[in-house]
Structure formats: C-alpha cells, structure tokens
Design a protein around this ligand. Structure first.
Ligand SMILES: Cc1cc2nc3c(=O)[nH]c(=O)nc-3n(C[C@H](O)[C@H](O)[C@H](O)COP(=O)(O)O)c2cc1C
Length: 234
C-alpha cells in the first residue's frame, strides 16, 4: 500500500485507504505540529501503514473543543450510552475512533502531567464511555488496541524520581478498562525542545548533551514507535 497524507478536515491528516483495511488514528496532544510528539506519531503511523492500515493523524490543537462539561448526558438512562452531547470539533473525531481498529495518544508532559489538550481529549473519550455501574464498566463498542507516547525533558532517572509511571498509570489503567484492551506505551525522555538553544534562556539544560542524546537515542525511539504502530494493527 502507498502511504501519503492529506488534510481532510480541521486538524486531520489521512492516508488513502479502502474499506477492507484496518484503520488507525493517532492523536497529537502537542500544539507543535512538527515537534517530538508528532514525529514519533508519524513513525508509528508509518509502521501501521506498512502493515496495511489506513492512517489518520489528528492535531488536537487545531481543533476547537473543551474537556468534559459534566452534563452527564452520557450517563442518562433514557438515551444511548457512550455518546458525548458536546457538538464541537472533537465530536466527529470521537465517532471515528469508535469505527477505528487502533488508537495512539501522543502527548508532551506539561507540569508533570499530560498536556491540557490531551487531558481534555481523554475526559471526553473515556468519560462518555464509562458508566457508573459495576455490571457495565464500559460501553465502548469493542476492544480497541491502543498506546500512549509520552515526550518530555525529564531523563529516565527523573521519571523514576517523580513517580511518573504511577502518575500516568492512572490514565493507562482507565484506558485499558474503558477501551477494553491492553495499553502499550513509549517514553521519549530528554527531548530536544528548541531548534537553537542559544536563542532561549535555558541554562538548566546541557545543550551538547541533549544534542548527543537526540542523535543517538531519538532514532531508536522512532523505531520503537514504528513497531508499536505496526503491532497495533497486526
Ligand atoms: C508548558 C510546558 C510545560 C512543560 N513541563 C514539563 C514537565 O513538567 N516535565 C518535562 O519533562 N518536560 C516538560 N516540558 C517539556 C516538554 O514536555 C518536552 O519538550 C516535549 O518533548 C515537547 O513535545 P513537542 O516537541 O511534541 O511539543 C514542558 C513544556 C511546556 C511547553
């Protein structure tokens, strides 16, 4: 299959595809369309495309949407469950995710959490499919293989020190329960944040060390992302 990307609607880039193909959607939770997160997601989508899947990349920060407004429409007994009442730019994306065969959520770490855009996305997708019921913990229509890609300035040692795996494990646990499938993840530490560090106040960073890490380790993380994308649709 040939892979190419074109813009379809606000914030979305899609590859060509036929009806019998598997479909994977990647969500870029960074405002930077060409940053570290987007680059890793592109590699994951290329892996999925090479495995024969149709791909779509959604740039969350190109969409106008909010997090959950706590209206509880999705929990009402008199309407179909699993539907978010908000009709904004995210609504069609949530519908397409229900039709998809795999999902990748990529986010930079902001203040020791997922970016605000990714948290808002998760509130909308997860909460609308979650029911306050022991018997029906999720109304998501089918198991959806999925993965998180995290990018951050922190080193692996910082991640352990600040218990980041436990913190983000809260989202991963919810994802596994609500999307009814195992959660994969990729941690991209010590990312290169600026194209030219000399232009910014950034004395806490050792630029040559960061540049060396980027050169040596980032390609391996891109390769890991590629394999995750491939595995999600295989
Ligand atoms: C508002 C903001 C807050 C950030 N907070 C953190 C943080 O708490 N921990 C961290 O490791 N990196 C932090 N970073 C750095 C980004 O997570 C990191 O550069 C990331 O790789 C950027 O992804 P992108 O290139 O896809 O935009 C922060 C960046 C911004 C803009």
């Amino acid at each position: 299959m040939k892979y190419y990307a074109h813009v379809t609607d606000a914030g979305a880039e899609q590859s060509n595809g036929g009806t019998d193909m598997k479909k994977i959607i990647a969500i870029n939770g960074s405002p930077r369309r060409n940053g570290n997160t987007a680059e890793l997601l592109q590699h994951a989508l290329r892996g999925a495309a090479d495995a024969g899947a149709e791909t779509e990349l959604v740039h969350l920060y190109s969409l106008k949407f909010t997090g959950c407004l706590s209206c509880f429409y999705c929990k009402r007994k008199d309407v179909a469950h699993g539907v978010c009442a908000l009709k904004d730019d995210l609504a069609p994306v949530l519908e397409r995710i229900k039709q998809a065969d795999a999902l990748i959520m990529g986010a930079p770490i902001y203040f020791m959490n997922l970016s605000a855009g990714m948290v808002a996305f998760i509130e909308r997708l997860f909460f609308s499919n979650y029911i306050y019921s022991e018997e029906i913990p999720t109304v998501f229509p089918k198991p959806l293989p999925h993965a998180f890609i995290y990018t951050m300035n922190m080193t692996e040692a910082h991640v352990e020190q600040f218990k980041m795996r436990e913190r983000l494990g809260i989202y991963e646990g919810s994802a596994a329960r609500i999307l009814r499938a195992e959660t994969k993840n990729l941690w991209a530490y010590n990312t290169y944040q600026f194209s030219d560090y000399s232009k910014y106040e950034s004395s806490i960073f050792n630029e040559p060390e960061k540049a060396a890490y980027r050169k040596e380790v980032f390609p391996k993380q891109c390769a890991e992302a590629y394999e995750i994308g491939k595995a999600l649709v295989s």
